[in-house]
Write a protein that binds this ligand. Structure first.
Ligand code: FES
Length: 106
């Protein structure tokens, strides 16, 4: 079971999740990383779920077209869209207080 470490607002949250877990789907059913993970559409359209991958990124597939469209240059800074990731290895993520597009958090 992958271990997930999630940083937000200066706090660190940890849990183990089942293989092939999508963190936005979990948050949607009020499981970790709910209520800390910011997200909105769950479909790769809004970038509200953008997180920086601190470790474990080498196990993730290449960014899909939605991530490339939403994140652009931010991909080179380690950002990924949590809603587009299915986790099957340990991973450490951080989400900024403010989404990378500068809009106010939901
Ligand atoms: S929740 Fe909208 S892009 Fe991930």
């Amino acid at each position: 079971m992958p271990n997930v470490v999630f940083h937000k607002n200066g706090e660190t949250y940890r849990d183990s999740v089942k293989d092939n877990t999508n963190l936005v789907v979990r948050a949607g059913i009020r499981q970790f990383p709910y209520p800390h993970l910011r997200y909105e559409c769950g479909m790769g359209k809004c970038s509200q779920c953008a997180c920086v991958v601190i470790s474990g990124g080498e196990y993730l597939p290449e960014p899909n077209w939605k991530e490339r469209k939403q994140l652009g240059e931010r991909l080179t800074q380690g950002y990924r869209l949590a809603c587009q990731l299915w986790i099957d290895h340990d991973i450490e993520l951080a989400q900024n207080d403010t989404p990378p597009d500068g809009t106010s958090p939901a």
